[in-house]
Design a protein around this ligand. Structure first.
Ligand code: SF4
Length: 495
């Protein structure tokens, strides 16, 4: 049995488990406990005191319905109000603060193996405990699996996943437990990794799990099968149309950016043949009739984009691109638009050429401006990611980023601006003095003495006082959806 534990954005099915189910080609039951658990909490959490809390609580089913029928997306203010109200209901009644993309418990640190083991020991402390007891454990009992695999990709899943592990282990000690997914892969790549979960979990899997799971089950994986979404209720996610996440590749085709875990963890890049992608998309869209395809690759290759232009999947789609040379051609962007591309996510990171070069981003800032304009002219929305406070940036560089956004604000539809965290594996780590970032043996990041004096405090001050107050930036930030961010942005574009 495969389980996707809470909490992760419940806007679409997780891509990992359907990919496993497809390649294992076997009747393995799968449950999206994230979607089920969040809906359970929204329905069952007690109401806070006060008339406003009563109004919000009584609106909770209607708010969910509005996200599903699309009426939540009629304006960004209306949408933000609905998201805040749902989050307020989710956060009520528990010591832990549950959100639609967050799980924060002041009593337990999700990057401390001691705290995770304690969560398994005391699962009643977890906000999802009642959901597990009332709904998930009876389902597990019904299937009576010999083993359970948990796909843990985000830090927000760690504490709820370990609470579930504790419950399963105490009720059915004979069931073998396997953990895998993006977060487990990153933990296992830590130089200090020395499996602290050995007494509780039977196997930790890093990277794609097909081969090892298949071996465990005594079957041959079939990597030519499409992902299998049949056990995921596409209509029930918190999106106005069924969204199909689909990966054409693993790893990153560029694989060089110095701040990126893809580079730091040295993950290899593999891509499916175009003919297989076409066939799989054809099968999946015919079967599921999605309203949107979400390409979940780290970056779509230019050759694949050209192939999608010639062979449109017949459904609107969006995904990550690099600032590739092909996008400098307006005709190419127009073809992309015709193929159904409605939004492109782009990691620009900085408006300073010096910073881009030091990051090894492979981006020419002048070219990036032309590309944004081309995409805008073609009618393709852009979701631009920016990163402040890298060891190679100073305050003047940050001002260059601001200048770039001011100049191209008409062609930037949405923005995500983040503060840099140094991965333990980063090649930059050797060049700076590191300061522990958090007290947890599973922390993936370290704090550091900024070599140019551009530390987190100064970066935060810049973001709060200059960046967010700039009229051009503020207008883009205002229309960027909260919490679900790029997962819900395409629905505003469609509107
Ligand atoms: S292009 Fe994106 S995923 Fe690839 S190495 Fe750079 S930041 Fe990482």
């Amino acid at each position: 049995m495969l389980i996707h534990p809470p909490v992760a954005k419940p806007s679409e099915p997780p891509p990992g488990i359907p990919a496993l189910l497809g390649s294992l080609d076997s009747d393995i039951p799968a449950i999206d406990a994230n979607l089920q658990g969040l809906i359970y909490l929204i329905k069952h959490n007690p109401q806070d005191d006060g008339p406003q809390a009563l109004r919000i609580w009584s609106q909770r089913n209607n708010n969910i319905m509005q996200l599903r029928n699309g009426s939540a997306f009629k304006s960004i203010d209306h949408y933000n109000r609905i998201i805040s109200e749902i989050e307020r209901v989710l956060a009520s009644g528990h010591a832990a603060k549950v959100g639609l993309a967050d799980y924060i418990d002041a009593r337990a640190n999700p990057i401390s193996s001691t705290d995770l083991l304690a969560e398994a020991e005391n699962p009643e402390n977890n906000a999802f405990h009642d959901y597990y007891i009332d709904e998930l454990l009876p389902e597990i009992e019904r299937y009576a699996p010999a083993w359970i695999g948990l796909s843990i990709n985000f830090i927000s899943q760690a504490l709820p996943a370990f609470a579930l592990i504790g419950l399963v282990k105490s009720r059915w000690p004979h069931i073998k437990l396997i953990i895998g997914g993006g977060l487990i892969t990153s933990w296992m790549a830590l130089p200090s990794w020395n499996n602290p979960f050995g007494a509780l979990v039977d196997m930790c899997i890093d990277g794609p799990g097909e081969e090892r799971l298949a071996k465990n089950l005594g079957i041959n994986p079939n990597n030519t099968n499409p992902p299998d979404y049949q056990q995921f209720p596409l209509q029930h996610y918190l999106s106005p149309m069924p969204v199909l996440p689909y990966a054409t590749s693993r790893g990153c085709l560029w694989h060089r950016c110095r701040f990126c875990p893809e580079t730091a963890e040295n993950n290899s890049y593999t891509a499916l043949p175009f003919a297989q992608i076409r066939d799989e998309l054809n099968i999946l869209t015919n079967y599921h009739n999605p309203g949107m395809i979400h390409f979940v690759d780290s970056a779509l290759s230019p050759r694949l984009a050209a192939d999608l232009s010639k062979n449109p999947p017949g459904t609107p789609w969006y995904g990550y691109f690099r600032f590739e040379q092909v996008l400098k051609d307006l005709d190419f962007c127009l073809e992309l638009k015709k193929s159904g591309c409605i939004m492109v996510k782009l990691g620009l990171e900085s408006g300073s050429q010096n910073v881009l070069d030091a990051m090894d981003k492979g981006i020419c800032i002048e070219k990036a401006g032309i590309i944004l304009n081309n995409l805008h002219k073609a009618g393709i929305a852009t979701f631009v990611y920016l990163l402040f406070g890298t060891p190679v940036e100073n305050d003047s560089d940050a001002m260059l980023t601001l200048k770039f956004v001011r100049k191209h604000h008409h062609a930037i539809t949405f923005i995500n601006s983040a503060i840099f965290l140094m991965p333990h594996h980063s090649p930059w780590k050797k060049t700076v003095e590191c300061i522990p970032f958090s007290h947890g043996d599973l922390s993936l990041y370290t704090n550091f003495e900024h070599p140019l004096g551009w530390d987190r405090k100064k970066v935060r001050h810049f973001l709060d006082r200059i960046w967010k107050r700039d009229p051009a930036v503020a207008a883009i930030l205002r229309r960027t959806p909260k919490v679900f961010t790029s997962n819900h942005a395409p629905f505003f574009v469609l509107n």
